[in-house]
Write a protein of this length. Structure first.
Length: 324
């Protein structure tokens, strides 16, 4: 490759495969601008095939650390592998998936490497001095801050669905298998059990039917489930339904999951800024609320003023007939 700067490169790493692909899409664009290599780091167990795939999605090189001991994410070994690799190869930029696991890894890596870390970048670009500029939503979703770096490597975390997943292409890249020496794990996993509520990642959903405090009882969630089933979507909720009522385990919004579905149906959700900040990139927003003054109607593409207990069953029936 012409113009490749030695001992540099733009790296991407995530413990979530789809997010790795999304970052490769944006990473390819930035690496081309910088005329540098795009490198993916893949850590896990039996992940050789997935690593090979990454070259089709834009990686020039993949550093692969494949070891049965790395089957499940654990902070210490993953961090020590990334740190060893980054110290050896000096990436210019490191994009890390902004997942529950990725965020602390990024912060800890930045501390070890005595550099900065910009979390949750929904926009990324580079300036004429090869500085990465991260855009992040701030002030409760009312402003976008542009942040850049004074040191290298430049570490930024990227949330799911911030960037489009690229289409695979028939292109060549190098997959380099590495020995897996890593720090001893200082914590022990006693038990793993799947979470009842989060069977699928809500960020991946094409349709989300979401409820707020307008829902009176936990059992009434069935109304949302029914509509979500007809639309092949998933159910989401506002934060009070998790924090106050304990009916769900995850919420949508600024401090929860940021979603980008084709269709977001907000039922009995007032639409305050902290919720809206997490849904504003949805293609179509439909709001159902009995208060015509509810702020959700300001950002909704379609609004239904009325009682969700009447509207949801009627909507489900109408859609079921249409889709039959
Ligand atoms: C730092 C911080 C971060 C936060 N992060 C988030 C976040 O990420 N996500 C989030 O959601 N919240 C977040 N919040 C909480 C947020 O400020 C709001 O309190 C919350 O979003 C309100 O939830 P809601 O719309 O369900 O409830 P409410 O604001 O109480 O709204 C309920 C709505 O339901 C309507 N309604 C009632 N009954 C019916 C009915 N039968 N039919 C139709 N409509 C009906 C009402 O008219 C009302 O508009 C955060 C708060 C803070 C301080």
């Amino acid at each position: 490759m012409n113009g490749v700067i030695e001992n540099a490169g733009l790296w991407v790493f995530s413990d979530t495969y789809d997010l790795t692909l999304e970052m490769l899409g944006k990473g390819r664009e930035l690496a081309d601008t910088l005329q540098t290599e795009l490198v993916a780091v893949m850590i896990g167990s039996s992940v050789q095939e997935k690593a090979n795939e990454l070259t089709k999605y834009g990686a020039d090189k993949v550093y692969l650390v494949d070891n049965p001991a790395l089957e499940h994410f654990q902070a210490e070994p993953y961090l020590s592998i990334l740190h060893t690799l980054a110290t050896k190869h000096h990436p210019e930029i490191l994009l890390i998936g902004s997942t529950k696991n990725g965020k602390p890894i990024a912060a800890r890596l930045a501390t070890r490497m005595e550099t900065g870390c910009v979390p949750d970048c929904t926009g990324l670009s580079v300036d004429g001095n090869r500085r990465l500029i991260g855009e992040r939503i701030t002030y409760g979703g009312n402003a976008v801050a542009k942040v850049t770096f004074k040191s290298k490597p430049q570490i930024a975390t990227v949330p799911s669905r911030a960037f489009e997943k690229p289409s695979p292409r028939d292109r060549k890249g190098e997959v380099i298998g590495l020995e897996s020496k890593f720090e001893t794990v200082k914590t022990e996993v006693i038990e793993r059990k799947p979470l009842e509520a989060s069977t699928a990642r809500i960020e991946e959903a094409g349709v989300i039917v979401s409820c707020g405090r307008g829902l009176d009882k936990k059992e009434d969630k069935v109304l949302l489930d029914d509509l979500a089933t007809v639309l092949c979507g998933q159910v989401g909720c506002s934060r009070p339904l998790v924090e106050d009522r304990k009916w769900f385990s995850e919420w949508v919004g600024l401090s929860g999951h940021k979603v980008k579905p084709k269709l977001y149906i907000a039922c009995g959700i007032s639409g305050v800024i902290q919720h809206v900040a997490g849904i504003r990139d949805s293609k179509v927003i439909v709001a159902i609320n009995k208060d015509p003054e509810a702020p959700i109607f300001e950002i909704a593409d379609y609004g239904v003023v009325g009682n969700l207990y009447e509207i949801l069953p009627a909507l489900k029936e109408a859609l079921r007939k249409q889709l039959q």
